[in-house]
Design a binder for this molecule. Structure first.
Ligand SMILES: Nc1ncnc2c1ncn2[C@@H]1O[C@H](COP(=O)(O)OP(=O)(O)OP(=O)(O)O)[C@@H](O)[C@H]1O
Length: 294
């Protein structure tokens, strides 16, 4: 792997606020062209990490390279190569959607067609609407439009679909898939685990400022984490078997039961199940280390 294959390289990142270590030694590589999702509970350090990578927050320790440059020393040219959809919206209440997207496009050397971007985020019917008259979800779509109109090589999306209705989220996912196909590298933070599962090539789970695991959505939590649970009811009550051969278990049950197997279900843990288990284990380990009684 050459340096050109790596869009973001982080080693030993530490960020302290008064009385709080927000990021406590994070290592992270994001490969060029991948969608990487940063997951973690509220206050885990996702936004702080992202803001250091964007050049908006100074780090206390560690090495950071983003598109080959230290963001703490970055210039305008570097800035034009990244796109940002931050958690809080920019406030240009009197401008219309079309005015704003065209205006932002003017800041970049190689922008996308603003009208195509407006269509891609589903705001065509709101072109002439003033920003202050948009709904929360529409406002968020505009944020996404402003983040991608500069045709960035690397796009930061901090909880981009908060407030989206289900249809808008699906539409947004298509936009992200199209950007990825076009070669854009994407760092996504999200609390929607289905979003990460759908979009991300790899995910990183951060808790208490530490990266506790990095892997593909399928491999997270180790081999045992996605083992199927076969559940049914028999004379003794509810039964559950964990197995990586659920078909064989069901076949055995069919031969035991005469007819319908009561309450039969096969459940495969989702990324959300695996994530919650990881966080639970991490919290328990941290409490043990700190001497907190269970
Ligand atoms: N400007 C600040 N001053 C002091 N403490 C801060 C500041 N910004 C964040 N923190 C603290 O640092 C920790 C990490 O915050 P951060 O915003 O990075 O978390 P997050 O993972 O993005 O959370 P969320 O999912 O809620 O957005 C939190 O404990 C937060 O209270």
């Amino acid at each position: 792997m050459t340096d050109n294959d790596i869009a973001v390289r982080v080693r030993g990142l530490v960020k302290r606020y008064p009385g709080k270590v927000a990021v406590a030694g994070v290592d992270l590589d994001i490969y060029a062209g991948e969608v990487f999702a940063l997951l973690g509970p509220n206050g885990a350090g996702k936004t702080t990490t992202t803001e250091v990578l964007e050049g908006y927050r100074r780090r206390d320790e560690g090495e950071v390279s983003v598109l080959g440059t230290d963001p703490a020393k970055a210039d305008r040219r570097w800035r034009s190569r990244i796109g940002i959809v931050a958690q809080s919206s920019r406030d240009e209440a009197e401008a219309s959607v079309a005015e704003l997207v065209h205006h932002y496009a003017g800041y970049y050397p190689n922008p996308r067609d603003p009208d195509e971007v407006i269509a891609a985020v589903g705001l065509e019917s709101k072109r002439k609407t003033r920003t202050r008259k948009l709904s929360g979800g529409q406002r968020r779509r505009l944020d996404v439009a402003l983040g991608v109109v500069g045709n960035p090589e690397l796009l930061f999306l901090d909880e981009p679909t908060t407030g989206f209705d289900p249809e808008a989220r699906r539409q947004f996912w298509q936009l992200i898939e199209a950007l990825r196909t076009g070669g854009t590298t994407i760092l996504l933070t999200t609390h929607y685990l289905d979003e990460a599962e759908h979009l991300a090539d790899r995910v990183g789970v951060i808790a208490d400022g530490r990266m506790i695991e990095i892997g593909t959505p399928e491999s997270l939590g180790g081999r045992g984490a996605r083992v199927a649970r076969v559940r049914w009811l028999d004379a003794d009550g509810a039964r559950e078997i964990r197995t990586d051969q659920p078909t064989a278990e069901v076949a055995a049950l069919i031969s035991r039961f005469d007819g319908e197997i009561p309450e039969l279900s096969i459940h495969r843990p989702s990324l959300e199940d695996v994530y919650l288990e990881l966080i639970r284990t991490n919290t328990a380990a941290a409490e043990l280390e700190a001497g907190v009684p269970a």
